[in-house]
Design a protein around this ligand. Structure first.
Ligand SMILES: COc1nc(N)nc2c1ncn2[C@H]1C[C@H](O)[C@@H](COP(=O)(O)OP(=O)(O)OP(=O)(O)O)O1
Length: 156
């Protein structure tokens, strides 16, 4: 799969904007906003475009804060494996709006809906929301959903 961006808007109260995926990969799960990189784009341009398309927020590439470089690995299905480059953003214009892909909602960082998110999110999302920058690999079973292991390290 092409590499992907993943953006988590954080407001002045520390709340995190998640979107419930209405179609495609991760259907029904709450996640950050993002998608596959397109030809000719940088990952930051991809992140800004997907954020706008999926929830209407308009951010500038320079306001994205790199928070994690993840690799979602499926040894049974190498075509599925892909990177997820994760950003936080605190500056934007516009207001969250429902799109055909995502239904956005603000969450307190202490009450994230991990039981309805990708399985490994509970391992790394709290770390980046506390200001850590991480690099890691998350290993998935053949079903592309069950997590079989992970390794994270802090980025300098
Ligand atoms: C596998 O583990 C994952 N965990 C998390 N938290 N997020 C993930 C995982 N795998 C992918 N993602 C993210 C990365 C992207 O933000 C989306 C997937 O992108 P999508 O398939 O929706 O890409 P689009 O380009 O928007 O899709 P279309 O081709 O349908 O336009 O999930």
């Amino acid at each position: 799969m092409r590499d992907t961006s993943l953006v988590y808007p954080v407001d002045s109260r520390g709340r995190v904007l998640l979107g419930r995926k209405k179609r495609g990969m991760g259907f029904g799960k709450w996640n950050g906003f993002g998608g596959k990189i397109e030809k000719g784009e940088t990952m930051r341009q991809c992140a800004v475009r997907e954020l706008r398309e999926e929830c209407g927020l308009i951010a500038r590439t320079q306001d994205l804060e790199l928070a994690a470089e993840l690799y979602f690995q499926n040894t049974e299905d190498p075509e599925w494996s892909h990177a997820g480059i994760v950003y936080l953003v605190r500056i934007w214009s516009g207001a969250p709006a429902v799109s055909d892909e995502m239904e956005p909602r603000w969450f307190s960082p202490d009450a994230l809906p991990f039981d309805r998110m990708w399985q490994a999110d509970c391992q790394w999302l709290p770390l980046i929301l506390k200001g850590k920058k991480i690099r890691g690999v998350i290993h998935f079973a053949e079903d592309g959903d069950t997590v079989t292991g992970y390794e994270f390290s802090e980025m300098k």
